[in-house]
Design a protein around this ligand. Structure first.
Ligand code: CIR
Length: 261
């Protein structure tokens, strides 16, 4: 697996916020947490490619929002927040080594955090960041490749993947209060612990799941179902409304174009 990550900007505290209140962020603490996150990805078998934060891009560490990568293609997003649009250039400049690129065009907007790839299904959140035009453009790229596109309404949280992520190709981890779970059929669903509404966001790697340390009850639920869970403290990063999936773009190496070293 390859994981592309992006360093934390000096301007991190000027991040976009939608559902949470602004509180002071210690950028050094956030950077230390990010460093440990990157270390865990590497320890679990990822080849990590780190790119710099870029100038005046407070949210650029949340690289997941800039692209959607499947085996055959990478779709370069047009993020919903204007302040984040310039993030995509550096990401495209790295991804072209690994995938053929397609680009979402205006007036479409989409954040990668709204796209959940589960086997050959792409669930796409219809959210404050992602509109129907973007869902249609994704369908034009992905349906001919054999993917099924399923739109999901997102109202109570920032992105679809705040409410649901994949544990494997059959099972999803879900907060049922934040999305309509009937659209997830026939996937098997495991609910987050009710005390931990934000716990549905986990990174799926071949070796283990990576989850935020703030959600031990959900982690133990997953361990009882046989999953190996590695936890990382992302509490400072969470103050910028980010979670674990947002901080990386993870994809398989098998489809590389041959240009990558
Ligand atoms: C934003 O509002 O865009 C950032 N402060 C947080 C983005 C988190 N990304 C994600 O969940 N995929």
């Amino acid at each position: 697996m390859i994981a592309i990550t992006r360093e934390i900007s000096d301007d991190f505290a000027k991040c976009e916020l939608t559902h949470i209140e602004r509180v002071p962020i210690d950028v050094d603490v956030a950077r230390a947490q990010h460093e440990e996150y990157v270390r865990v990805l590497a320890e679990l078998g990822c080849r990590v490619i780190r790119i710099s934060s870029g100038e005046h891009l407070p949210d650029s560490v949340f690289i997941e929002d800039t692209a959607v990568v499947v085996d055959e293609v990478a779709i370069i997003c047009r993020p919903g927040a204007e302040s984040r649009r310039a993030e995509v250039d550096a990401v495209a400049g790295t991804l072209w080594l690994h995938r053929k690129l397609e680009e979402i065009q205006a007036p479409a907007t989409i954040d990668g955090g709204d796209v959940l790839v589960a086997g050959r299904t792409l669930f796409i959140g219809r959210s404050s960041r992602t509109n129907d035009e973007a869902i249609a453009q994704c369908a034009r790229v992905c349906e001919p490749l054999g993917y099924q596109i399923r739109p999901v309404e997102v109202r109570e949280c920032l992105h679809l993947k705040s409410a649901v992520t994949a544990l494997d190709n059959r099972r999803l981890l879900v907060n049922p209060d934040w999305i309509d779970t009937t659209v997830l059929t026939p996937f098997e669903v495991i609910d987050v612990h009710p005390d931990e509404p934000a716990a549905a966001n986990v990174v799926r790697l071949d070796a283990a799941l990576v989850a935020a340390a703030a959600f031990p009850k959900t982690a133990s639920r997953l361990e009882h179902r046989g999953y190996l869970v590695r936890t990382v403290d992302v509490s400072e990063i969470a103050k910028a409304e980010g979670a674990v999936t947002c901080c990386s773009l993870i994809f398989s190496t098998s489809q590389e174009t041959g240009f990558a070293l």
